[in-house]
Design a protein around this ligand. Structure first.
Ligand code: 13P
Ligand code: SF4
Length: 311
């Protein structure tokens, strides 16, 4: 039993014993963000995983992120506190169906959001994150036809923003999909002048109300430079932890779902990771990401292109 253990102390001890680095995404529980060596967006976390000289990467995030760490740092042991931490975008894009879609459009390259399986990365030409997508897209010749998957909202946002035509895979993030436009308009009316910062995984009817659209790290930078005292945050609510830490006197409000409150904006996959499970993962070095070497090398090609093009 873990009863009676001071998990913070135990995790600190194991981090040293294992020569481990703890990486956490902004959507993780506050206590996991606080104990991490580094908190970041998907691109930052991939870069940290690639650069670390630790022997063990304890990844507090979802499986595709931990897989990305393993693809980029194959000699490291990568543990994920809960192997069931998936992603609705990954689920929306089975590799066989994606391969068929590609085969139907042989003159298109596949520009693919990092929120997908290693198999789908292996079937893609270039991976993007929300923080790097526009920069990477701008480097692809205008004559080049593009398939974009699996997030149709990020894809739609990029199409509107850049004027590029892309064929979109119909995947969505269940967290960002759940925000209600009606309730957002009500909330804005209650806080006149408060800006809205939104993640591009939100549907267009939410992004239409946004003063700023960007990745989690972009939204955090925007919050830190906030001129007023209130910000409405249309992304997963755990990021508000970092905002409150940086600016404790300001008012950060999560965008509401259809019921008018913010229960919709917690990612159920991210929430599977806990301090208890992180402790067990560092103690047992399980659950561990394992990957077939052929698959890893295929997936690494499109990730390497991202890292080169993101600069
Ligand atoms: P970023 O942190 O790269 O903006 O990604 C958000 C997300 O949905 C991760 O699952
Ligand atoms: Fe996937 Fe959405 Fe959860 Fe991110 S917030 S891991 S995109 S389901």
């Amino acid at each position: 039993s873990l009863k009676g253990l001071d998990l913070r102390v135990e995790i600190e001890r194991l981090r040293k014993e294992r020569n481990a680095v703890i990486l956490a995404h902004y959507y993780q529980r506050p206590e996991l963000q606080d104990i991490a060596d580094f908190v970041g967006d998907s691109l930052d976390l991939a870069r940290k995983a690639q650069a670390t000289d630790a022997d063990v990467i304890a990844f507090c995030g979802v499986r595709f992120m931990a897989e990305t760490a393993k693809i980029l740092s194959p000699e490291k042991i990568v543990v994920l506190p809960d192997m069931d931490a998936g992603c609705s975008l990954e689920d929306s894009c089975p590799p066989e169906a994606f391969a068929k879609f590609r085969a139907e459009h042989p003159d298109h390259i596949a520009l693919t959001y990092i929120n997908c399986s290693a198999e789908v990365k292996g079937l893609s030409d270039i991976i993007v994150t929300s923080s790097s997508a526009e920069k990477i897209l701008s480097q692809i010749p205008l004559s080049q036809k593009i398939i974009f998957g699996p997030d149709k909202h990020l894809g739609g946002y990029l199409k509107r923003k850049t004027g590029r035509d892309m064929l979109l895979w119909p995947g969505v993030c269940i967290v960002h999909e759940a925000f209600s436009e009606t309730e957002l308009i009500k909330l804005k009316a209650q806080h006149p002048g408060a800006p809205v910062a939104a993640h591009p995984e939100c549907p267009a009817h939410i992004l239409d109300h946004a003063d700023y659209v960007g990745s989690t790290s972009g939204i955090l930078e925007y919050a830190k430079a906030l001129p007023g005292d209130t910000l409405i945050v249309a992304t997963e609510a755990h990021i508000i932890h970092q905002m409150t830490k940086a600016l404790p006197l300001k008012n950060f409000i999560g965008a509401p779902g259809a019921d008018g409150n913010c229960n919709c904006n917690i990612c159920p996959y991210m929430a599977l990771n806990t301090m208890e499970k992180l402790y067990v993962a560092l103690r047992d070095l399980e659950p561990r990401i394992e990957m077939d070497e052929g698959l890893r090398v295929r997936a690494k090609k499109s990730l390497d292109r991202m890292l080169e093009m993101a600069g």
